[in-house]
Design a protein around this ligand. Structure first.
Ligand code: LLP
Length: 427
């Protein structure tokens, strides 16, 4: 958990005064602490990459992506997981090294496949037979050789919200582990001269606080690595174990350090490979939320405050479900503070409502707060992941901009949408 810094009753992030930023930029906006992103990247280097030579880490850009984020991730020496032409395009525009890009997706379009081949991305993670055949055809057409992994559905149930659990058998993602299925893929890929299979990928779920699903999946994958060696003489060089490492949102979360997951994964993999007489493949991790989640906050201004006598007090903000759909989508819980009243006792309770025409547009139920007044600055914590990335224009609310802070300096890296921007594609 990141400890909040304050100065004279004001919330400080990376040495910047949050109420002053609110006055300077106007609310709402996403505030992103670059120092924290870099700390997380350093932790990946120290506790995973340096410890396990040959391993790699790619940031899952679906969590939060903009040109500046690509530049930061490139500069931190990590790879990038993209899942669409739009994410790939952003990486290309930012000058991200394409050999470090991993291209995912369960239904890549022809245009996306052509783009991946054209830019010669580092890895394409192939999800299904339809994609495999079209990727081979496109690579042939462009006379390229593409490195690929097969995405495997390990059949492991992770203990998280069912909408963000992805590794279970009944899933739209990946190739099932049963021998006949995989045999077809292996037979096929061995004949494909423009594709080079390097290994396998799995992703079990997101916002996990326990490593048991990852470890179970590693055991299952070790069985597959052994089977493809025996049946096809195929030596697995790489295993991509996805992301999913949980973060702090509220006091209900007790996140583990990254090494709890990565050491557990590596230990299990080494043990499984040793007992089966296999070479240990190089491991890639793909954390998204863990890199960016706690680095982000959303800064709002409190507007109308409504007391329903004997029931509750609603404090409404100048944003809501369009900038953070997670409470209404996943029942996600958030904590927030009043950035201009950090020293005041939290002796009142308010439910933080958005401004949308929808009663479900509630960001936080029954939040302990100091005495509130319109104009107060609300900072919702841990909104770095899957907020900006999942934002919409519902009710025609323009998307907020992104302010990046580092070492006491602030800069706008994504400007807020204007009303005109929202009409820019309309005919
Ligand atoms: N790799 C793959 C193949 C993935 O599908 C995902 C996330 C990740 C890596 C990164 O997972 P992370 O480290 O961020 O947990 N919108 C949902 C989360 C969906 C995650 C989908 N896949 C949410 O707001 O909670």
């Amino acid at each position: 958990m990141v400890k909040l810094q304050t100065h004279q009753g004001h919330l400080q992030v990376a040495g910047c005064d949050v109420p002053e930023l609110a006055a300077k930029y106007g609310t709402p906006f996403y505030l992103v602490n670059q120092n924290l992103i870099e700390d997380r990247c350093k932790e990946i280097h120290a506790d995973f990459l340096a410890k396990y030579p040959g391993s790699r880490a790619a940031y899952a850009s679906k969590a939060f992506l903009c040109l500046e984020m690509c530049r930061i991730i490139a500069q931190q020496g990590l790879g990038l997981d993209v899942v669409s032409g739009g994410e790939l395009f952003t990486a290309v525009q930012a000058g991200f090294p394409m050999e470090r890009v991993i291209f995912h997706g369960n239904n890549k379009t022809d245009q996306e496949i052509a783009m991946a081949v054209d830019h010669q991305v580092g890895r394409v993670v192939v999800d299904n037979m339809y994609e495999l055949e079209r990727l081979q055809a496109e690579a042939g057409r462009q006379d390229r050789k593409m490195d690929i992994l097969f995405r495997i559905t390990p059949g492991v149930d992770s203990h998280t919200h069912k909408f963000i659990s992805t590794g279970q058998l009944d899933s739209k993602f990946g190739i099932p582990t049963d021998p006949e299925h995989l045999r077809d893929y292996m037979d096929k890929v061995m004949t494909m001269t423009n594709l080079r299979l390097l290994g396998f990928h799995f992703h079990v779920g997101s916002q996990l606080h326990a490593n048991d699903s990852h470890l179970k999946a590693v055991e299952i994958l070790a069985g597959i690595i052994q089977r493809v060696k025996e049946e096809h003489g195929f030596i697995t060089e790489e295993l991509n174990v996805g992301g999913g490492y949980g973060i702090y949102y509220t006091d209900e979360d007790e996140p583990e350090p990254l090494s709890y997951f990565t050491d557990g994964i590596m230990e299990t993999l080494h043990k499984e490979c040793a007992s089966r007489g296999l070479n240990v493949p190089a491991v890639t991790i793909e954390p998204g939320r863990w890199v960016i989640g706690e680095a982000g906050m959303t800064i709002y201004t409190i507007g109308s405050i409504k007391e329903v006598p004997g029931i509750r007090t609603y404090a409404a903000v100048d944003g809501g479900m369009p900038d953070n759909p997670r409470p209404s989508l996943y029942d996600a819980k958030y904590d927030a503070v009043i950035a201009n009243k950090m020293d005041a006792p939290r002796d009142a309770v308010a439910t933080i409502a958005g401004k949308c025409c929808e009663s479900g547009d509630i960001l936080i139920w029954d939040l302990p707060v100091p005495q509130l007044a319109p104009g107060d600055t609300l900072a919702v914590r841990s909104t770095g992941a899957y907020n900006f990335a999942m934002a919409s224009n519902y009710n025609r609310l323009p998307r907020p901009g992104v302010v990046m802070v580092k070492n006491g300096l602030d800069r706008l890296v994504v400007r807020p949408q204007s009303y005109q921007d929202m009409l820019s594609t309309e005919i």
